[in-house]
Design a protein around this ligand. Sequence first.
Ligand SMILES: NC(=O)c1ccc[n+]([C@@H]2O[C@H](COP(=O)([O-])OP(=O)(O)OC[C@H]3O[C@@H](n4cnc5c(N)ncnc54)[C@H](O)[C@@H]3O)[C@@H](O)[C@H]2O)c1
Ligand SMILES: [Zn+2]
Length: 804
Amino acid sequence: MIVSVSETTGIPEPTETTSDDAGAQRRWSELVARIEEDRRAYFEADAPVSSDAEYDARMRELQALEAAHPALATPESPTQSVGGAAAAGFATVEHLERMLSLDNAFTTDELAVWAEKVNRDLGTDRPGLLCEVKIDGLAISLVYERGRLVRGVTRGDGRVGEDVTRNVLRIAEIPQKLTGEDHPDVVEVRGEVFIPVATFARLNELQAQLRERAVEESRARSGRHTAGRKPFDVEQARIAALRRFPQFANPRNAAAGGLRQLLDKKDGLELEAGLARVEGLRMYAHGVGALQWEEGEHAELERQSDAYTLFEQWGIPVSPHNRVVDGLDGALEMIEHFREHRHDIEHELDGIVLKVDALARQRRLGSTSRAPRWAIAFKYPPEEVNTRLLAIQVGVGRTGRATPYAVMEPVKVAGSTVRQATLHNQDVVRAKGVRIGDVVVLRKAGDVIPEILGPVPALADDGYPREDFVMPARCPECDTPLRPMKEGDVDLRCPNAKSCPAQVRGRVEHIGSRGGLDIEALGEVTAAALTQPDVPDTPPLVTEAQLFSLTLDQLLPIEAVVRDAETGLPKMDDDGVVRRRAPFRRKLSYTKAQRAAAEESGETLSDGAPSASATKLLDELERAKTKELWRKLVSLNIRHVGPVAARALAGWFGSVEAVEAASEEELAAVDGVGPVIAAEIKAWLAVDWHQDILAAWRAAGVELATPGHPGPAAMAEADTGPTGPLAGLTVVVTGSLEDFTRDGAKEAILAAGGKASGSVSKKTDYVVLGENAGTKAAKAEALEIPTLDEDEFKALLEGGPEAL
Ligand SMILES: NC(=O)c1ccc[n+]([C@@H]2O[C@H](COP(=O)([O-])OP(=O)(O)OC[C@H]3O[C@@H](n4cnc5c(N)ncnc54)[C@H](O)[C@@H]3O)[C@@H](O)[C@H]2O)c1
Ligand SMILES: [Zn+2]
């Protein structure tokens, strides 16, 4: 069997089956063994060995194999059973009605196939579908007898589960006595226990606090009986504390572990942690198991959604995200909605569950031994994958901050290939408990930057060499001893701001960026070539002071080693010579005749001419000299002075000179500046080498004033508030726009002299509606405030209300 990766889901999928029966049998056994191991780790130990994507791919390969070789589909196969088993330490309970799993669809095509089959079997064309978010937690069955909670049981193998009643009683949201009148003799309420995302973050904070307290406790203990004992080792104590109170990798495993813990066996800090974990649990009901009424009158249930209405009357929480839709189209709409808004709700979700709503139809469709035929779970591409942590390197940024970052085996997650992830500082590395060489869980959610959640503990002894990370004491780029960012801070920085190559490179790159002088030819690679070329030894830019006086003669000799994008190592030619690139030089070749002629006339032939990048860079630098003043202010790399503050400064003062002449109070008084930025500006100006930058730029012809600006005194006199196309107007942007981020839209409104507000009121002049605009659109309509689409918004920014 060959497995390839699906373009759309990023999940490996089977593409071909072998015709060799013995081979199929062998592969089948292999897969079953792996799946059983995965299930044990996931359902029984709450500590997965594989990622969900790996597990799902194995299950799908197994299903494909059995489809091609039906003889293999024995009742023992995982495709025929519900994963999980009762773990030691818990009493077991038999469910009155079996708890099943769900079949999965990974593409909307697969969903359509399911819907067609349902239609065929039912003889309908648009059955009412109950669509629910698939909550990433663990299943629970709550047994109520005549309105009283008698038991909480995990799914186990679907037939027998674990009795977790004692923990269930601690979940505030689960009623111990149902409200309302009409209660059945017995009902099994099925639902999902989960930890909300916000609670999850708090639990991890608590774990960190408990680690600190554990270290303090052991320090105090060792102080009490010192005689003949080893001195207190804080490193050892921290490592021990980390083992007792690890950082939780994700809400699902934290929830599963929280529900399935034996609190009676705990005391002290462990008990505190355990209680917080179980008390952080919540539950939404998503199904009904056995349901027996006393003889006589009782509520008639026709649809599963009716059952939910009943649950709500009884005080049992049901997800607010459920929708009943008419046919597959409505379900697809919900799937697309939550693909975008996956992280906008209270808990993690990994898909959308579609259920035929009518109970009579559910009965007609029935179930397999593993899952109902009347339901299917559509799964989104995975956001968590496993990969190997190859190294931890330390990078130094524009501001000197030294940040450890992980270099991983490249892995595809949430639609892109990830190789690196920041680890922030040495405390974070420690808290995550990762060592170089570990298999780690990597998470990338949508546009959010990738994050390493932690190691896979079960793979700690896989034979791959491990090494602890030690934060270097010196800057990896300039060897200056690192210092705390602030007094007592764990974050470190390189104090050599002026000439640390990493910091100069970062600042030069910032100057070229779109929010700076917007110099297309001055990106990351060029910034590196100008500040750290491999040839010549001394870079043309020791600091950014010389940026605007760069000459062709300085550019031409520059050569940089070509590095492998994946490993960062220099690339070599076949004969072992390191490959170099001269970005600013174009090789010239000459014919024999030309060479002969040159020799004759005694003329020397140049072997290189300026490349297109060289002329482009110099041209763009020349043009940048007269760009808007605010762009130059951003390019000075003063802390906190981004486009917004720079625009405010430029608008008021009109020149760098006027900014220099202003007092700190005068700077702080400008709308959009404030005391913090004012202090940073003053501090920046007081540094000699910063003054050298200003002097050098001036000498090179950089315009440091807005031509025709009347100066701050005149501005103060004529202070009539902001000017620009949007002066005096308040604009609200809601929903997502094509060409603007949230902050980008705000910035554009401010820059045009308008006010950006977050809420619609009578004072609002325009509401811009993007994709999925919510309640604000309705509010605008109610208040009769004009609404704009994105194109109209752009017109407004350019030309004010007249342009509409
Ligand atoms: N990483 C691993 O090694 C590993 C191992 C086993 C299972 N898993 C994960 O678990 C999945 C398989 O587990 P499964 O058999 O429990 O199937 P499943 O999680 O795909 O679907 C069934 C479960 O979904 C839950 N669920 C959540 N919201 C629901 C809703 N609104 N309605 C109905 N049910 C809802 C229920 O608990 C139900 O038991 C895999 O796809 C994988 O994601 C991972
Ligand atoms: Zn440095």
